[in-house]
Design a protein around this ligand. Structure first.
Ligand code: SF4
Length: 422
């Protein structure tokens, strides 16, 4: 039985978020530059084995932390059989102290889900699903190289509900080649008919190294030069899609709480909010990064290297940081070994991150929180930038909060880059 003082002790532990990267997909989508690839069952089993090892090794050194959220991201985590997710969840529960009510999300792709898997996920403690739909239009889905139809998504969504999942996000992408405001609005409305709790709606990015880059880079450059693109929507259309997204979703009771994320009240993604607010996190798996105790470090991005066991370990990383600080160096990368390369963030870098991650959220950043973290007045560090952006109508202030205006959101890349101090 839990003792009262044990509970108090647990409660006073520091918050920690966990991210597990599952880099496997059925096939690569045409626009995707994420760290993901197809792999056979043997490789996947070996990978799970390495993930379990990472969880065990790191859990030992995190006793002062309490885990508030866990996120299985990908790739396609739902490619894994239910038993493997259950095995990972068991290891997490054994090796870390979890909150009484943690948010545990699993990313899924339609075409890889069935009722048996969903039931296993539910029983192992997953309480939030994030479904990658992208579009409700089959022509657009084909163009994106997705493996599923809208009909398959509908079946998966219904199955998830019937298995008791009451917190579901749907991922969507706008500004697709050939997409009109009408087809985008149709996608939003079809998704709203299902009454999900959360919707993420990002604009398509044409990323280097993808088939889309080969096909549409030229068109994108044309658009950047102010010329009429042949396939991609014009800039004005893209902006209008963004405006329509907010209008349509707000009419249905959603609130935009971050530039591209909308939720019903109380259903905001706690894991992502933690990330934007600077909560420490540990990443497990291929290429995943960690941010903890003012340090950032990343696991190897090459699968062969990761499978050989060269993943990071918090104990070694702490020791390395000790070596660095004892040499009075702020930033350090170990050239002799990529294994323990870490980045100790300077106070200035932490301030920059506080600003450009925090301002992504519609409630913005708090002056008081800035003071609590850095023992410095926000106006002392960013006074000129704040004044300039406020006079341009891109930032606004309410009580102690500073946030992006609608005009600021439209040019958010520019606004956020203004907070770089070096
Ligand atoms: S399913 Fe997601 S991660 Fe996998 S290839 Fe497609 S976009 Fe990339």
């Amino acid at each position: 039985m839990e003792h009262t003082t044990d509970f108090l002790e647990k409660d006073s532990r520091k918050k920690l978020e966990l991210y597990l990267h599952i880099p496997f997909c059925v096939k690569k989508c045409s626009y995707c530059d994420f760290l993901s690839m197809p792999a056979d069952e043997t490789v996947r089993r070996h990978y799970i084995h390495m993930l379990l090892k990472e969880i065990q090794e790191n859990g030992t050194y995190c006793k002062e932390y309490q885990v508030s959220t866990i996120f299985f991201g990908g790739g396609t985590p739902s490619l894994l059989p239910g038993a493997q997710i259950a095995e990972l969840m068991e290891a997490l529960q054994e090796n870390f102290t979890l909150d009484a009510d943690p948010e545990i999300t699993l990313e899924c792709n339609p075409g890889t889900l069935d009722r048996q898997k969903l039931s296993c996920y539910k029983n192992s403690g997953i309480n939030r699903l994030s479904l990658g739909l992208q579009s409700a239009n089959d022509r657009e889905l084909q163009l994106l190289g997705r493996i599923h139809s809208f009909e398959e998504f509908l079946e998966n969504f219904a199955a998830a509900r019937s298995m008791g999942f009451r917190n579901i996000n749907v991922d969507l992408i706008s500004a697709l080649p050939g997409q009109t405001i009408k087809s985008w609005s149709d996608t939003l409305k079809k998704v709203l008919d299902l009454q999900p709790e959360h919707i993420s709606a990002y604009s398509l990015m044409i990323e280097e190294g993808t088939p889309f880059y080969e096909t549409y880079r030229e068109d994108e450059m044309r658009r950047e030069r102010g010329e009429r693109p042949r396939y991609l929507p014009e800039e004005e259309t893209e902006r209008e899609m963004y405006v329509q997204t907010r209008i349509i979703l707000e009419q249905e009771g959603f609130r935009r709480y971050e530039i591209s994320n909308f939720a019903r009240p109380g259903r905001e993604c706690r894991h992502n909010i933690g990330y934007w607010r600077g909560t420490p996190y540990l990443g497990f798996g291929l290429g995943s990064s960690s941010y903890i105790e003012g340090m950032r470090y990343t696991n190897p991005c090459r699968l062969e290297e990761y499978l050989k066991g060269s993943c990071r370990n918090l104990s070694r990383i702490r020791k390395k940081r000790w070596d660095i600080t004892s040499q009075e160096r702020h930033m350090h990368e170990t050239p002799e070994s990529s294994e323990d390369s870490i980045w100790v963030l300077s106070k200035q870098e932490q301030m920059e991150e506080f600003m450009f991650l925090g301002l992504r959220m519609t409630e913005g950043i708090s002056r008081k929180e800035f003071w609590n973290r850095f023992q410095a007045e926000l106006s002392q560090i960013y006074g000129d930038v704040l004044q300039k952006l406020q006079s341009q109508g891109l930032l606004a202030q309410k009580e102690e909060h500073i946030f992006l205006t609608e005009a600021g959101i439209a040019v958010s890349n520019y606004v956020l880059s203004e907070f770089l101090l070096s």
